[in-house]
Design a protein around this ligand. Sequence first.
Ligand SMILES: *Cc1c(COP(=O)(O)O)cnc(C)c1O
Length: 232
Amino acid sequence: MQAKPNNYLRENLAEVRRNIERAAKKVSRNPNEIKLIAVSKTHPTEILRSAVEAGASVFGENKVQEAESKILEIGRETVEWHLIGHLQSNKARKAVKLFDCIQTLDSVELAIKLERICIEEERENLSVLAQVDLANEATKSGVSEKDLPYLIKFLQTCECLKFKGLMIIPPFFEDAEKVRPFFQRLREIRDEILPNGELSMGMSHDFEVAVEEGATLVRIGTAIFGERQPKV
Ligand SMILES: *Cc1c(COP(=O)(O)O)cnc(C)c1O
């Protein structure tokens, strides 16, 4: 059955793309270098189907369990799925089977486990980003800048895990300008360790700043789908 195209999704996607383009032009970047990840957490599969019809091609989900049914229903032929939430070790196997990219790799232990599972499951290519915590926020996941080199060193020895770049969830500031230093620092680190690597940064309220600072993946939920659905 065909889902009805949702006009508001089409309009929101178009507006976000226009804003990405404007921010890119401002700093003379090619807007085509920036991939839009539609963060679909809490929204039901029908809405995701409409988003696919409206042109979304990459989804971001933050919980393995919640993503599973959506991925199984929509499939992986036409869309890509990124895990953007913390990955618990006991969900690692499921995540390996479901996702195209794990953006939240935050420890050597988790990397060891993912690599082992990839070998067991004969998954030859799993893209991963290292999630970096630049604010030393104890409540958040992410590898510290100090521990990042160890993680990267290990990733360079992996056969299956493909290290693609860095991701950050900076502290929340109402004023997006206050987030700019975090984006700038992440970019500097990326330039040192993986010059053409991905930079996953920017959400609905600060993606223009992130694009100005070099984001190659922006993770946008609310500006596409509207407010998140309450838990049922
Ligand atoms: C929910 C979420 C987003 C999207 O947030 P919006 O403000 O709705 O755009 C982006 N990144 C991560 C890691 C998230 O958990």
